[in-house]
Design a binder for this molecule. Structure first.
Ligand code: 6MZ
Length: 361
């Protein structure tokens, strides 16, 4: 575990509201309990519950959204999530979140994202590098950055993906794509389609996603997370997204197509097991994809919801699939090629990994 903690790592599938610390959720629930918005005793029980089915996860997200809906809280959770990732040596993270409107709080999708970006700015345990045009700064150093007082701090590269929730309409999804285009200069690098896989239709999102593609925004799709979505999985594969999340329930022919396409797959081991989308770690498709050298990235999905961390996911992969330090290191390093950030960032990441290459015994 210590080795997994120390290694530089790349996180490409992390939902902001799924990665909130339990301690923060409890604190927020207390405040909302005092205001009569929630009943603290009920909520405390739900937050501390460990095993959640997929359906329960989405109920939990609804609860989290009740607790986190104001600008200050969005800023706070973003700061804490980045600090937690940096603390376990994640050197690059693509944090995804669904821009939300909330008239009661005067929140628009844009102001929600501004609150997220304020969160990135407010991190002070590490140097957060998220503005792509800031090339000189990103170029000047890799692992460390000096502030104006000459104090040296570790650096984490952060990029943002805007999520479209499967409950949204075509028009709402289009607003999110437009917003992503407007916020490119503030670190937004792509679009994610996520949300409860039991609701919504692929057709609703096709037009906004085609528009995003046309504008050169990379796309990652949650694909095949639940059974009996043969047509949707097929349409998603034919769409040729830049990455795919989960990829669990595929037909034989679809596995072949995935492998031929070489579309990188974001693998979330604990999430898949906890939600019972995969029956046991021994049946996880990681093994097949890894053996066939398909591009894969180990990710957490929701560190808060599933009480995990990227280091734990690495350790789990090591113990379940017999990977040694060199294999884990190489798996992490390969992820560089699948990030949505530009070549300047990729070059810095390659240098970070090269300087951390394990010594052969
Ligand atoms: C599908 C998921 C997910 O966007 O409010 N989300 N969507 N499958 C999953 N597997 C368990 N985990 C999280 O973060 C929470 C949102 O991320 C999506 C859901 O839409 C959830 O509401 P944000 O920051």
């Amino acid at each position: 575990m210590e080795w997994c903690l120390k290694q530089p790592k790349i996180e490409l599938h992390a939902h902001l509201n799924g990665s909130v610390r339990n301690s923060t959720l409890l604190e927020l629930a207390k405040v909302q309990g005092e205001k009569g918005v929630v009943v603290f005793a009920d909520v405390e029980h739900v937050i501390m519950k460990n095993d959640r089915s997929l359906v329960e996860c989405f109920k939990m997200f609804d609860l989290i959204h009740v607790l986190t809906t104001d600008h200050e809280t969005v800023t706070r959770i973003t700061r804490e999530v980045i600090e937690d990732f940096a603390a376990e040596n994640i050197v690059y993270v693509e944090l995804r979140t669904t821009p939300k409107r909330n008239e009661a709080k005067g929140m628009t999708k844009r102001s929600y994202m501004e609150a997220v970006i304020d969160g990135l700015r407010s991190v002070d345990t590490v140097d957060v590098s998220f503005i792509p045009s800031d090339l000189n700064r990103e170029n000047s150093s890799r692992y460390f950055a000096s502030n104006d007082n000459g104090i040296t701090r570790r650096r984490i590269f952060v990029r943002l993906l805007l999520s479209i929730d499967r409950r949204e309409s075509t028009a709402a999804a289009m607003d999110t794509v437009q917003l992503a285009l407007e916020l490119r200069s503030l670190g937004v690098v792509g679009i994610d389609l996520s949300g409860n896989p039991l609701v919504g239709n692929w057709d609703t999102f096709l037009q906004p996603l085609l528009f995003a593609k046309d504008k050169g925004l990379p796309i990652t799709l949650h694909c095949g997370e639940v059974k009996n979505r043969k047509e949707e999985v097929q349409a998603m594969l034919d769409f040729l997204p830049q990455r795919i999340g989960h990829a669990i329930f595929f037909e034989e022919q679809q596995w072949k197509q995935l492998k031929q396409s070489k579309i990188p797959v974001e693998i979330c081991l604990t999430s898949n097991i906890r939600t019972e989308c995969v029956t046991s770690i021994n049946n996880h498709h990681f093994a097949d994809l890894y053996a066939s050298k398909h591009p894969i990235v180990l990710c957490t999905d929701d560190t808060g919801i599933f009480s995990t961390s990227l280091s734990r996911e690495y350790r789990l992969a090591a113990s379940a699939f017999g990977l040694g330090e060199m294999e884990l290191f190489q798996l992490g390093k390969n992820s560089i090629e699948y990030v949505f950030a530009d070549e300047v960032v990729k070059k810095s990441l390659r240098e970070i990994f090269d300087s951390a290459t394990p010594k052969l015994p």
